[in-house]
Write a protein that binds this ligand. Structure first.
Ligand SMILES: Cc1cc2nc3c(=O)[nH]c(=O)nc-3n(C[C@H](O)[C@H](O)[C@H](O)COP(=O)(O)OP(=O)(O)OC[C@H]3O[C@@H](n4cnc5c(N)ncnc54)[C@H](O)[C@@H]3O)c2cc1C
Ligand code: FES
Length: 531
C-alpha cells in the first residue's frame, strides 16, 4: 500500500500519521487549555481510557478532580485501539496459573469480567451511545501452535471461573473448519471514542475539570506544573500509558511493542459480530508472541467493517525481522483474507504501541516508593479492561476502601519465575546501545527522498534527519533524551521511535509519547557537516 506524503503528525489528535477508524467522523475531544493555578484533591494526568475512567470514578466517590491531557482526549493509544473488551487474556490463563497460582488467577479473571460489567453498567447509567454490545469471543490456534496449548488454556480458564466452551470448529472462520476453538462467552465491544466522549461529559456534569493541550511537567508529591501554572493536589494519578518521569524501576519491568491494524468493508450481516484471536506465533523471536485479533463493527447501510490486528514487534526493531513497519499491513491483509474471505481491501490502516509487562499483568497502584502518586501502566493487549480496573482500583486506594485486586496489580510486586524473560529483554535493551557505534543506513541527507527520515552519523554524533515535501531537511539529536537510546526512523507512522522504552517523536522532534518528558534538541545540520 502506498501512503501519501503528509504533514507531520498532529499529536493533538492521534499519535501517528495513519488515522485510526475511530477518529474519523467524530469531533476531536478538545477542552480549554489550563490558564490558572489550581488546588484540588486529585490531579489525573492523561486523557486516555485510564485517566478518564479514574477521573469518573473519583468524582462519583465525591473527590474534586482536575484532569490534564497534552493533546486532545483519546489522542494517545486509546484512540488507536481495536476495543475488544475481553477476559480472554492474551498471555493465557495457564501462564497466569503458573506465575500466580490458582486462587490469584481466579481473582484476575474475575477482575476482567467485573471491568466489562462496569463498562456495561456505566454505558447504561450515563446513557452513552457507543455501540456497546455483548458478544462471544473465539480463541483458536496459530499455525505454529499445538492443540495441547488450547487444551491447557481450556483447563486453566475453566478453573479460573470463566464461562467457556471447547468447540470443534471456529464460528465465522470458514477456511479453518475442523479446527478447535475456545468460546469465551459474554465478552463485549464498543466504539472507543464515543465511549470516551460519554465519560468526559459525565465528568464535566459531576463538576470535574478537564484541560487539553496541557502537558504536566515536574510531577511530584505536591502536584505538577502545566502550561506554566501550578496544580497542587493531595493525590496524583499518572495515567500516561507509560509513566512520564525518571522512574527507572518501572521501565525495567515492561517493554514497548508496535502492533498493526487494518479495517475493510464487508457485506452487512455476512459475519456475526464476535471477537476472534489466534494463540500467537510460537516461532517468533519476541517474548510477547504476536497474535491476530479481529472484530466487526457496523459501518453504513450496506456494509460492516472488519477490523483485524497483529504482526507486532518490539518498537524500533521491525527491521531485525527484515519486515519494515510499512510492510506489516500486507502480511496482515494476507492473513485476514485467507480466514475472513469477504475481506477485500483495507480502507483504513494504522499502528499503535502497547506496553508488555514482564509478568503478564498491568501495574496499577502506588508508584513504588510513593504514598500519593499512582500509576496505571503495562496494560498490554488487554488495556480496555486493565484501564477500567485501574480507575476502580485507584479510586479505592485513594478513598481508603479495601479492594481485593490491590496485591494482584501492585506495581511493586516481584513475580518469581520471570527471570528468563527478564534476562532476554534486558539483553535486547543492552543490544540497542550498539547503535551508538554502528553507521546509519543513510550516509548523508542527499540520500533521502522527500517524506523520508533516517538517523545518520555526523562527526560521531547521531542525528535524526527528515526531508519534508519541499525538500527542507529538519535535524534533531538522534539520541533519546530519556536514557540515551538511539532513535529509529518509523517510515510507516513517520516518527522517530526509541527501541529502549518506547518514547516517540515527530519528524521535527516534538515529543509524541514518553517516558521522555521533552522534545528532541534541534541541530543545525549544515553547521555539523562543516564543523
Ligand atoms: C493497535 C492497538 C490495538 C489494541 N487493541 C486492544 C483491544 O482490542 N482490547 C484491549 O483491551 N486493549 C487493546 N489495546 C490496548 C489499549 O488500547 C491500551 O492499553 C489503552 O488504550 C491505553 O490507555 P491509556 O489511557 O493507558 O493510555 P493512552 O490512551 O495512551 O492515554 C495516555 C494519555 O496521556 C497523555 N499524556 C502523556 N504524557 C502527558 C503529560 N505529561 N501530560 C498530560 N498528558 C499526557 C497522552 O497524550 C495520552 O492521551 C490496543 C492497543 C493498540 C495500540
Ligand atoms: S525511551 Fe528510554 S531511552 Fe528512550
Amino acid at each position: 500500500m502506498d501512503s501519501p506524503i503528509l504533514e507531520p503528525i498532529n499529536s493533538n489528535i492521534t499519535s501517528g500519521e495513519n488515522k485510526p477508524y475511530w477518529t474519523t467522523g467524530v469531533r476531536p475531544l478538545s477542552f480549554k487549555k489550563l490558564q490558572n493555578n489550581h488546588d484540588t484533591d486529585v490531579l489525573v494526568i492523561g486523557g486516555g481510557l485510564a485517566g478518564l475512567t479514574t477521573a469518573y470514578c473519583l468524582l462519583k466517590a465525591g473527590r474534586k478532580v482536575v484532569l490534564v491531557e497534552d493533546g486532545y482526549l483519546g489522542s494517545g493509544e486509546t484512540g488507536r485501539t481495536t476495543a475488544h473488551l475481553t477476559c480472554a487474556l492474551d498471555d493465557r490463563y495457564y501462564t497466569l496459573e503458573n506465575l500466580y497460582g490458582k486462587e490469584k488467577t481466579r481473582r484476575i479473571a474475575s477482575s476482567h469480567m467485573s471491568a466489562i460489567q462496569w463498562v456495561e453498567n456505566t454505558v447504561k447509567y450515563e446513557n452513552i451511545d457507543c455501540n456497546f454490545k455483548r458478544i462471544d469471543g473465539y480463541l483458536f490456534l496459530h499455525s505454529t501452535d499445538k492443540k495441547e496449548s488450547l487444551e491447557k488454556e481450556y483447563a486453566s480458564a475453566k478453573e479460573a471461573g470463566l464461562r467457556i466452551e471447547m468447540l470443534e470448529s471456529i464460528p465465522g472462520v470458514e477456511s479453518e473448519q475442523g479446527k478447535w476453538a475456545i468460546k469465551f462467552c459474554g465478552q463485549a465491544q464498543f466504539h472507543i471514542m464515543k465511549y470516551l466522549a460519554g465519560l468526559a461529559e459525565a465528568i464535566i456534569n459531576m463538576g470535574g475539570e478537564i484541560y487539553t493541550e496541557t502537558r504536566a511537567e515536574h510531577i511530584s508529591k505536591t502536584g505538577a506544573k502545566a502550561n506554566g501554572y501550578e496544580i497542587k493536589a493531595k493525590h496524583i494519578v499518572v495515567a500516561t500509558n507509560t509513566p512520564v518521569n525518571d522512574w527507572v524501576a518501572m521501565h525495567t519491568k515492561q517493554w514497548p511493542y508496535r502492533t498493526y491494524v487494518i479495517a475493510g468493508k464487508i457485506p452487512k450481516g455476512k459475519l456475526h459480530h464476535s471477537l476472534w484471536w489466534d494463540t500467537g506465533d510460537q516461532d517468533s523471536k519476541w517474548i510477547s508472541k504476536p497474535y491476530h485479533y479481529v472484530r466487526v463493527v457496523p459501518f453504513d447501510e450496506t456494509n460492516d467493517l472488519l477490523i483485524s490486528g497483529g504482526e507486532d514487534h518490539k518498537v524500533g526493531q521491525a527491521d531485525t525481522e527484515n519486515i519494515p513497519e510499512e510492510d506489516r499491513y500486507d502480511k496482515l491483509i494476507d492473513w485476514t483474507r485467507k480466514r475472513f474471505t469477504d475481506f477485500g481491501i483495507a480502507d483504513y490502516k494504522w499502528s499503535g504501541q502497547v506496553m508488555e509487562p514482564i509478568d503478564s499483568l498491568a501495574f496499577i497502584g502506588r508508584n513504588p516508593g510513593d504514598d500519593n502518586i499512582y500509576i496505571i501502566t503495562g496494560d498490554s493487549g488487554n488495556g480496555m479492561t486493565h484501564c477500567t480496573i485501574g480507575g476502580i482500583l485507584i479510586t479505592d486506594l485513594i478513598t481508603g476502601k479495601k479492594n481485593s485486586w490491590e496485591d494482584i496489580y501492585d506495581p511493586s510486586r516481584i513475580t518469581m519465575k520471570t527471570t528468563g524473560a527478564y534476562l532476554h529483554e534486558a539483553g535486547n535493551m543492552t543490544a540497542q546501545y550498539i547503535d551508538w557505534v554502528t553507521p546509519g543506513d543513510v550516509k548523508e541527507t542527499n540520500d533521502l527522498k522527500a517524506g523520508e527520515g533516517a538517523v545518520i552519523n555526523v562527526n560521531m554524533k547521531k542525528i535524526a534527519v527528515y526531508k519534508d515535501v519541499n525538500g527542507n531537511v529538519h535535524a534533531c539529536t538522534g539520541v533519546c533524551p530519556h536514557l540515551g537510546g538511539i532513535l529509529q526512523w518509523n517510515a510507516d507512522e513517520k516518527s522517530f521511535d526509541c527501541p529502549m522504552h518506547g518514547s516517540r517523536f515527530t519528524t521535527d522532534g516534538k515529543l509524541i509519547n514518553g517516558p521522555a518528558t521533552g522534545d528532541l534538541k534541534k541541530i543545525d545540520i549544515q553547521d555539523e557537516i562543516h564543523h
